[in-house]
Design a protein around this ligand. Structure first.
Ligand code: COA
Length: 419
């Protein structure tokens, strides 16, 4: 895929064939597909030069371990586009396509394009390169049958919110929370309550359980089996009270499936196997907390102030997805499952640099209050924005407005492949 664009001073772009004589004098931005041999190192340099997020907040850098498309390669259909200006690589964007459940019947399934990894070299910003990359990706989505495009951004990322919402017509429709719990290896393993049992489900049982219980959750992917089978998926665990056990194939007398009164489930994805994160700078509150907590932990351990691991050197993390619970006392089960995942991360011999357990849950998800996390490290409002790619009014064309107006579904499925 190669397209040539001239970018006018107002940020509008013109496809090369339509360029008039005046614009032909301007250098052309070339949008083409990623070429591993040519672009790998240059994209690494670009990534390092781009701070994502608000200028005065914490800056997070991603190390893709020499594989710039690692964040999309586990999706069913994907592409990375690059923007070149006279042989200089000045921008990049990634996209993936999948089919998901959408809440409002009869529109049960929708084909969505997900936008991520948009970066423009700091010296070429505000010239329409970002806009051009998104337009090109949207064209690719349309040519692959996607009905909607969506993306997620930090609420405080003004450049990104203005670009997508003000200029490109994306509408905010969900604000899930990203919850981060540091893994304290030196503090040992966390205690699992004695009355609670945790067991690992086989893949087939996990798939059946998710289809039965979360099949109608917003954004539940049609290819859930591919997620569970992926080597990055470490497994699915259920927790229940010992006196009312969870049995894989247990049925009631009438043939209906028997489930305990309270139970919960989570799956775990090893994101650190794909890429590492590193904190560039951090707000004063974070630096002060880490210093004080380290001192307290060392000299006054009896106060139990847990210190935060060193996030300034590259680290990996486990991502918890598919959090599900049933029953009035299932909150405790969710909490214990999260402790179990923390312990897996703390004791793993293969993921030595795993320093956090991360999850993302819908704003109104009842499990949210039971997930251990550190406020200082978490993001209370991740902004999800959506836009129809087909003409409005036709078919499902106005779904994005319905989604934006509808109250958030009970559970929102956050795909680990899109983290
Ligand atoms: C966000 C980013 C990709 C924008 O790239 P860009 O090439 O500068 O964007 P464009 O020139 O196409 O901007 C188009 C419009 O977006 C908005 N916009 C872009 N950058 C902006 C900024 N810093 N502040 C306010 N609005 C901004 C403006 O409306 C702009 O139109 P205008 O210049 O006519 O006012 C770039 O700032 C970047 O790489 N940031 C770091 C990485 C990041 O945060 N990525 C987004 C993650 S979702």
């Amino acid at each position: 895929m190669v397209q040539l664009y001239s970018i006018c001073s107002n940020g509008n772009r013109v496809v090369s064939g339509e360029v008039n004589s005046k614009l032909q004098e301007e250098p052309e931005v070339r949008i083409r597909s990623y070429d591993g041999k040519k672009d790998c190192t240059r994209i690494g340099d670009l990534e390092r030069s781009c701070v994502v997020g608000p200028a005065d907040g914490a800056s997070l850098f991603t190390d893709t371990l020499g594989d710039p498309i690692c964040r999309i390669r586990n999706s069913p259909t994907y592409i990375m586009l690059v923007a070149e200006l006279e042989e200089e690589l000045i921008g990049v964007i990634q996209g993936s396509i999948k089919v998901v459940a959408i809440r409002n019947p009869p529109w049960n399934l929708a084909k969505l394009g997900y936008i991520l990894g948009l970066r423009v070299d700091p010296t070429h910003r505000r010239k329409g390169v970002g806009l051009t990359l998104v337009h090109s990706l949207e064209e690719w989505f349309v040519s692959n049958g996607a009905e909607y495009a969506y993306m997620a951004t930090e609420k405080d990322n003004e450049a990104s919110t203005r670009l997508f919402m003000d200029r490109l017509g994306y509408i905010q429709f969900r604000t899930p929370s990203i919850l981060v719990n540091p893994v304290n290896k030196c503090r040992g393993l966390l205690r699992i309550s004695s009355g609670i049992e945790i067991k690992k489900l086989g893949r087939e049982h996990a798939l059946l359980m998710y289809k039965r219980c979360m099949g109608s959750a917003e954004f539940f992917p049609e290819d859930m089996d591919a997620i569970l089978e992926n080597k990055l998926s470490l497994g699915t665990w259920v927790a229940y009270y010992k006196d009312d056990p969870y049995k894989d194939n247990s049925t009631n007398d009438d043939g209906s499936r028997h489930a305990p009164a309270n139970w919960a489930a989570v799956s775990v994805w090893n994101s650190g196997e794909l890429f590492k994160l590193r904190l560039g700078n951090a707000p004063l509150s974070y630096t002060a907390y880490t210093k004080i907590s380290k001192l307290m932990d060392r000299f006054l351990p009896c106060f139990g102030v847990p210190s935060i691991p060193d996030f300034f050197s590259p680290f990996g993390f486990y991502f918890i997805y598919g959090i599900y619970s049933e029953g009035p006392m299932s909150g405790m089960l969710v909490r214990n499952l999260c402790r179990h995942v923390h312990n897996m991360a703390a004791s793993s011999s293969t993921s030595k640099d795993c320093k956090a357990v991360v999850t993302e849950v819908g704003d109104s998800d009842k499990n949210k209050v039971h997930i251990p996390h550190r406020k200082l490290l978490s993001c209370p409002e991740d902004l999800w924005c959506i836009k129809p790619l087909k003409e409005e009014g036709k078919g499902k064309g106005n779904l994005h407005r319905l989604l934006a107006a509808a109250p958030e579904a009970r559970s929102l499925f956050v795909d680990p492949r899109e983290v």
